[in-house]
Design a binder for this molecule. Structure first.
Ligand code: CP
Ligand code: NVA
Length: 307
């Protein structure tokens, strides 16, 4: 049966750890040795309804390095943009390609796509979740701390798609996660409730300092995600006090790292001093998108077993 990656919860805990280990291994292999033909003759269709730099480039380069091909499609340029159904698009693309990556708005769209596609579907970001990014972030944590499970992770800011995927990561891997969100900007309630049944060490608080205290990882993201641009001004008011700055970093563990999925707005959700400072790992995170993408593609499209 085909597998999809719509959220981190599509992976069991051993599978998630194996995927992260494989990404670390792929990163250490030089000159694409041993994996340059893994996806020879295979094609990944990439459909984007929103802008992208990292997701687009890392999947494209990953397919190339694995010996396959990536097909870039902006939704407005294909018939989806003129109203062709996601169901028909899924069936048609499945006749041509070996995997589909979609970046879209409503999460239900990718669930529909996966239901009607006969090839694996990968979530390249929805309003609900951004699993490939958080897997790259977990790889970055693994590189810095050698283990993920004992970490205390803090999320500061919007309870958005990234926050939801961190919650699902904590559910699967069992680490402690505290999210500081302003009232009205909490994470997706069903995602949080389901995760709490697996891992009670997930908390939502209102005070960023409380979340940051003693944390090994300080995470944030933009205050207005793609599609929320019209809310920028009201969000700037709601998120005042939720900036990751030097004072907040001082609350964290001395060896804490700072993560941000990028793109970032220096002077808004994070100061330049933090994102460009010694504790920041944001460009390792961005690089790790390439390595985790290869591990994901090998697994879903190349038949490589994780466990
Ligand atoms: N972090 C991330 O997904 O970046 P892009 O929007 O550039 O793909
Ligand atoms: N939360 C952000 C992440 C961008 C990679 C957004 O959805 O726009």
């Amino acid at each position: 049966m085909k597998r999809d990656l719509l959220e981190i919860t599509d992976l069991s805990s051993p599978e998630c750890l194996a995927l992260l280990q494989r990404a670390v291994e792929l990163k250490s292999v030089r000159r694409h040795g041993g994996y340059a033909h893994v996806l020879q003759g295979r094609t990944l269709a990439m459909v984007f309804e929103k802008a992208s730099t990292r997701t687009r480039v890392s999947f494209d380069v990953a397919m190339h390095q694995l010996g396959g091909h990536a097909l870039m499609m902006a939704a407005r340029d294909i018939q989806i943009g003129r109203g062709e159904s996601i169901q028909d698009t899924a069936r048609v693309l499945s006749r041509y390609v070996d995997g589909i990556m979609l970046r879209t708005f409503e999460h239900g769209t990718i669930v529909d796509l996966a239901r009607h596609a006969t090839v694996p579907v990968i979530n390249g970001l929805t309003d609900l979740a951004h699993p490939c990014q958080v897997l790259a972030d977990l790889q970055t944590c693994l590189e810095n701390f050698g283990d993920v499970t004992p970490l205390h992770v803090a999320w500061i800011g919007d309870g958005n798609n990234m926050a939801n995927s961190w919650i699902n990561a904590a559910r699967v891997l069992g680490f402690s996660l505290t999210l500081a969100c302003p009232p009205g900007y909490d994470p997706h309630a069903p995602t949080l409730d389901e995760a709490l049944a697996w891992n009670p060490a997930i908390r939502v608080v209102r005070d960023p300092a409380e979340a940051a205290r003693g944390a090994h990882v300080i995470n944030t993201d933009v205050w207005a995600s793609m599609g929320q641009e019209a809310e920028q001004a009201e969000r700037e008011i709601a998120f005042a006090g939720f900036q990751v700055n030097e004072d907040l970093m001082a609350q964290a563990a001395p060896n804490a790292i700072f993560l941000h999925c990028l793109p970032a707005h220096r002077g808004e959700e994070v100061t330049a001093g933090v994102i460009d400072g010694p504790q920041s790992r944001v460009f390792d995170q961005a690089e790790n998108r390439l390595h985790i993408q290869k591990a994901i593609l090998e697994w879903l499209m190349g038949g490589r077993r994780l466990v």
